[in-house]
Design a protein around this ligand. Structure first.
Ligand code: MLT
Length: 239
């Protein structure tokens, strides 16, 4: 049985995910935002690969029940109701709503993860619950693929660090787990930082968010185990 990490979705080939459990991670910020929205009562999140696709998907839904959300260069997309900040996903804003979300790296990674079973969505904010759920997959002798969204088609340290901590947690007590090289590198990376906060703050994504006055999102994302939900992506929507 194997645990494979992909540092970006680029290396995924058709058929790589069939019959395997999948976890998608985009700590800054898409999966943190998805987890927060669902924990705060959103009905569903529909990830879109592009902003145009988000508009098209939203137009097929009941107008009152849908919110368009997303970012480009970390800032809200013009004409959309919300950006991609987890701090915007308050119960007052999202309860009962379906959110159609388009982000630069995170939602394309989610779309690319279709085909896994189950496809779980995670971040430090739901880390304990995510680890327990992913552990069940591996303890059931099923392969697990951890897909990091990365950043602009490149490695992102906060996603890789989270993947490493997840690999360590998931394989605990399970015999004969084979790791790919990326999974082993991710585990090694966990020794570089003492805390979630340190790992997230040392990322390029955190610097970009600070540049546009969204540095508080980094502190939000670094507070582990805020939520006990583990969103599941199936049939084109995350619930
Ligand atoms: C993304 O999906 O690219 C991100 O989460 C970027 C961001 O929100 O700043």
């Amino acid at each position: 049985m194997k645990i494979d990490v992909f540092f970006t979705p680029l290396g995924l080939a058709a058929g790589d995910l069939g019959g395997r459990g999948v976890v998608v991670i985009d700590v800054l910020r898409a999966t943190t935002t998805v987890v927060t929205a669902l924990a705060n009562g959103a009905k569903a999140v529909i990830p879109a690969a592009t902003s145009e696709e988000a508009v098209r998907l939203a137009s097929n839904l009941e107008k009152d029940g849908v919110l368009l959300a997303g970012e480009r260069k970390s800032l809200k997309i013009e004409g959309f109701a919300l950006g991609n900040s987890p701090r915007e996903m308050t119960p007052a804003t999202v309860a009962g709503k379906t959110i159609v979300l388009a982000t630069t790296n995170g939602t394309p990674a989610l779309v690319a993860a279709q085909g896994g079973d189950p496809v779980l969505v995670g971040a430090p904010v739901n880390f304990r619950a995510l680890t327990a759920r992913a552990h069940e997959v591996v303890a059931g002798r099923r392969d697990l693929v951890i897909i990091c969204a990365g950043r602009e088609k490149q490695f992102a340290i906060e996603d890789a660090y989270t993947a490493g901590r997840l690999v360590k947690g998931v394989k605990k007590g399970v015999r004969k787990v084979e790791l790919n090289d990326a999974a082993r590198a991710a585990v090694a990376l966990t020794r570089q930082f003492a805390t979630w906060q340190e790992a997230l703050e040392n990322s390029e994504a955190a610097r970009q968010l600070a540049d546009v006055d969204l540095g508080d999102d980094v502190a939000f994302a670094a507070k582990a185990d805020r939520f006990g939900v583990v969103p599941l992506y199936a049939n084109r929507q995350i619930t």
